[in-house]
Design a protein around this ligand. Structure first.
Ligand code: ZN
Length: 381
């Protein structure tokens, strides 16, 4: 599955249509939630997809497209299944919540409800959502469209997200030419975004820090304002806009960084960080901020289209091991330089780790990584 995003340019009338369908679908979703809770109280079982679709057939008549009502049943069905699964696994979990306007931004449509006009300048949507809406298709779509989400983002613009199923790749007819590009190990940085085994670092972009500071300031101001007030609502909108901006800056930065590595290297070895596990420690913020897992998804995708490969390895001891002689050299987080008491090797902490990562991912058996004892990873890298 791959999602293609395009900006929509609805006219004033169409915007009204979209806004009213957005509101209407939220109301129906909340009604479905009430309904399934009632059914649960009466029968001890939730109403799932088919029961919901049946109970709400025709409910959107004149206000919300039938295709969207079906997708609402789908959406709630997924939320319920997720809730039950996590409850069974004994995780603390909240019941799917009623949606307020600031938690509801998209109208979902099935594939047969949308279509591009011949020249691709318009997206044909149901009459209720405004019919033919002008669209900017800045890139071609690959695969078969499955669903379409019309999303209103914090910047106030509408976007179409087309989710496509990708075609099966054709088996190669002849063996591929040998790939001469080198392999590289990449270490997630705490100070910089990443460090590779050649000793290059990629810094966290400065504009990103600036917008983060702005976000913190705005959030403080938001909290200071009275709940339910007009001023608080306005501030909340600003916070959402800054979030959107940061998200876009980060994505852009990730794509550019990933492209460089995917073009240059045949094999990229990275740490498979258990982000959820780390989230409980004090490291969480740095790790999550750096958006490492989001980056890895993009890197993997880019590598695949460039004919390369990303390998994820267990991050255990990658920092503590000497990349020159294999000796374990414990160091706390504040120690930025690796100094080996055994062989005298000196390197930047992250560079040393990146070399270990590369070695662990290019495994002739009996490598340093293979010999390491199985120990739980400490919160200190
Ligand atoms: Zn050493």
């Amino acid at each position: 599955m791959k999602t293609f995003e395009f900006r929509l340019y609805p006219n004033r009338k169409q915007r009204q249509h979209l806004d009213s369908v957005l509101m209407g679908s939220r109301v129906i979703y909340n009604e479905m939630l009430t309904h399934t809770r009632q059914v649960y109280q009466e029968t001890g079982k939730f109403a799932f997809k088919y029961a919901l679709t049946k109970a709400f057939a025709g409910r959107g008549k004149g206000t919300v497209p039938a295709s969207t009502v079906q997708m609402l049943a789908d959406r709630l069905d997924k939320a319920l299944i997720c809730f039950m699964r996590r409850k069974e696994a004994d995780q603390t979990v909240g019941f799917p919540r009623f949606k307020t306007p600031n938690r509801w931004h998209s109208i979902q449509l099935r594939q047969h409800a949308v279509d591009f006009d011949v020249d691709g300048r318009f997206l044909r949507t149901p009459a209720l959502t405004g019919g033919r809406i002008k669209i900017k298709r800045h890139r071609p779509i690959i695969g078969t469209p499955q669903t379409c989400h019309l999303v209103k983002r914090a910047d106030g613009h509408w976007y179409a997200l087309i989710v496509c199923e990708l075609p099966e790749p054709e088996p190669p007819t002849e063996p591929p030419a040998p790939d001469e590009r080198p392999a590289i190990g990449i270490d997630v940085g705490l100070k910089s975004f990443l460090t590779d085994s050649d000793g290059n670092t990629v810094a966290n972009p400065r504009y990103y820090r600036t917008s983060q500071a702005k976000l913190r300031r705005q959030q403080r101001r938001l909290m200071a304002r009275t709940k339910g007030s007009q001023r608080r609502r306005k501030m909340a909108r600003s916070v959402a806009q800054t979030h959107l901006k940061i998200e876009r800056q980060r994505r852009d930065f990730h794509f550019k960084t990933a492209k460089h590595y995917a073009d240059t290297y045949r094999l990229m070895v990275v740490e498979d960080l258990n982000v959820r596990g780390l989230a409980r420690t004090r490291l969480a913020k740095s790790i999550l901020d750096a958006g490492w897992s989001a980056f890895l998804t993009i890197l993997t995708d880019k590598a695949a289209s460039a004919g390369g490969q990303v390998i994820r390895i267990n991050p255990r001891f990658t920092t503590q091991t000497c990349s020159n002689c294999g000796e374990l050299v414990p160091k706390s987080l504040s120690v930025r330089t690796h100094i080996c008491p055994s062989c005298g090797y000196v390197a930047d902490r992250d560079h040393n780790a990146a070399i270990n990562i590369l070695r662990a991912g290019a495994p002739p058996s009996g490598t340093v990584a293979d010999r390491l004892p199985d120990e739980p990873r400490s919160p200190i890298l």
